[in-house]
Design a protein around this ligand. Structure first.
Ligand code: VTB
Length: 325
């Protein structure tokens, strides 16, 4: 993969964040998502690559753009798999909550798992505990391992988990074990990556969320030397069939980080829409000046870039909200 691609991809997440942030707090999640998707799609046209969407907005018959199988880019340059979540946290933006981002993962052709849109059970840790935790271990054992490897007391270990009914028992057990629990409402890409980012104080991510989000997070976790395991959770026969079609015949199979993102290269890019564990959200600074914060990382080199950008919306009218809204 060309390294220039990393910086090109950030322009794409910036465009999606700028467009969707203008829908913040308006109670209209579909409009926020459409704005992000449209902006992301059109920016991809200028990127030098032969990309194929492997995780997108849906199948061809479900999504008008960024559908699975869609080809992106100028048609010259590296052949790559693209996984997109133009707006990770549509509800977040609609309600004006924390933690929404525009995210993309890119891998060499054939390296990103083609995860269907269903639930996935996940565990993620930072580099200290990489290779030592197991999705199938009891949470109490995992917390002990993480405490030992991070040189923390159990009471100082912080576990981040999505606030959902399905996690109530798990949360209870983590509290009983004595670790700290950080609940979040939506957006498990940011939450899981927080385990591998320096200085977040978050040690362990567990819980069941979206499978597409799992693969996208895995690109960042690989880039930063953390570890992740996952297992698809089909809720009915139709979902189980979709897993089999993807080649996963043993539905209880625990997917390793290398199954989610194969090989040693991948790019992850994100731009904050509203502030969260990873990034600050889009700031409207007066006039047409808008500031964004993005992060881009590459697995091959482990380089992380934090990019702060000033945009002039008047010169990017295609990213502005229609005046009559
Ligand atoms: C998950 C999670 C996402 O939505 O898909 C979640 O991975 C949906 O969970 O990050 P529920 O079905 O319980 O609402 C997000 O939080 C945001 O897209």
């Amino acid at each position: 993969m060309d390294r220039e691609l990393a910086l090109e991809i950030v322009r794409v997440t910036e465009a999606a964040a700028l467009a969707s942030s203008q829908w913040m707090g308006r109670g209209l999640k579909n409009e926020a998502d459409d704005a992000a998707t449209t902006a992301m799609r059109s920016m991809f046209d200028s990127v030098n690559m032969q990309g194929t969407v492997v995780i997108g907005e849906g199948e061809l018959d479900e999504a008008p753009m960024l559908y699975i199988g869609e080809e992106l880019g100028t048609g010259s340059g590296p052949e790559v798999d693209i996984a997109v979540d133009p707006l990770e946290g549509t509800n977040i933006v609609a309600k004006g909550h924390h933690n929404a981002m525009a995210v993309i993962a890119v891998g060499d052709k054939g390296t990103l798992l083609h995860a269907p849109d269903m639930y996935m059970e996940k565990i993620a840790v930072g580099p200290e505990a990489a290779g030592l935790v197991r999705l199938t271990d009891p949470i109490e054992k995992t917390i002990d391992i993480v405490a030992k490897m991070t040189n923390k007391r159990v009471r100082d270990v912080t576990v981040i988990i999505q606030e959902r009914k399905r996690h109530e028992e798990l949360v209870e057990r983590i509290r009983k074990k004595g670790a700290r629990v950080k609940l979040f409402g939506d957006g498990d890409v940011g939450a899981s990556i927080a385990t591998v980012m320096p200085r977040t104080g978050i040690d362990l991510f567990v819980g069941t969320g979206g499978a597409p989000e799992g693969v996208i997070s895995a690109a960042a976790i690989k880039a930063l030397g953390g570890d992740m395991q996952a297992r698809l959770v089909p809720m009915n026969d139709e979902e189980a069939d979709r897993c089999r079609k993807m080649g996963i015949t043993d539905l209880s199979e625990v997917l390793q980080l290398d199954d989610l993102v194969k090989g040693d290269d991948a790019i992850f890019a994100a731009t904050g829409v509203s502030s969260g564990e990873l990034l600050e959200g889009v700031r409207f600074l007066g006039g047409d000046l808008v500031e964004t914060d993005s992060i881009v990382m590459r697995a091959k080199t482990g380089t992380i870039r934090y990019i702060k950008t000033h945009h002039r919306l008047e010169r990017k009218p295609h990213l502005a909200m229609p005046e009559d809204q």
